[in-house]
Write a new protein. Sequence first.
Length: 256
Amino acid sequence: MTEVAKETWFRTWPAKSGQPNARLIVFPHAGVGASLCNGWSESLPEGVELMAVQLPGRENRVQEPPLENFEPLIEALYHILPNFLDLPMGLFGYSFGGTLSFELARGMVAYGKPPCHLFVGAVMAPHVDRNLPVISQLPDEEFIGQLQAHFGGIPPQIAGEAELLKLMLPAMRADMHAIESYDYVAGDPLPCPITALGGSDDPVGDMAGLNAWAEQTSDQFRHRIFAGDHFFIRQRHAQVMRYIGERLEQHVAAVA
C-alpha cells in the first residue's frame, strides 16, 4: 500500500515509545472523522500505536461523496488492513463504527489473520433487533431533529454553526443509511475476545443488547459500563483508552 493510500484512509498517532508492540484501529461513530481521536493516544500504553479510519465525505475527504452502505466500505478497508498485520491489532468500533469493525473482523478471519481483540462501544450486537427509526431520507431540519431526539448526537457547538452543520450532513445521512440498510448474516463466532462498552444512560442501547455480543465470540467476552449517554466516549475517552490499553498489553504479554 502506498503512503498516499495510508494517509487517505487513516490518521496515525505513533506509539510514545517509538517502538510499537501493538496497534489499535478506531472506527468512529456516524458523521465524524478521525479527528475524534485527537488526544486519545496520550492515555494508551507506551507501546500502542493508534490509528483512526478516515472515511470519505469528512474532514480532509469532505469533497468525496460519502458511501451509503457498509459493503463498499468493508471492501475498501478489507484490502488495506492486511498491510498493518505486522503487529497485534485491536479494533475499536464506536456505534456506527462498531458494526463496521465487526464486519471487518469477520473479513480478517476469512483472510486468516483475525484481530487480537474486538472492542465495541455504544452498539448492540449485530443480530439483535435495534428498532432504530428510519430517518436518513428526511428533510434537513427533521433529520437533525430526529438525530437529536434519538441519539443526542450533534454537539451544541456544531448544531449552532449552520455552515459547519451543512458540511457534516451528507456524511451523517450516509452513515445513518448504512445503519438502516444493514442486513446481518449469521456466521461463525469470531475466534478473538470481544469487549463491549456501554454508557450508563445510553437511550439507544440496553444491557441485553450489549451482552448479546457474547454470542459473537468463541473466546472471552467482557463488558464494561462507563458513566454517560450514547456518546460517553466524548467525556470518557481517557478512561476508555486506559481500559482498552490494559487489554492489549495483556495480549502482548501472553504471546511474548
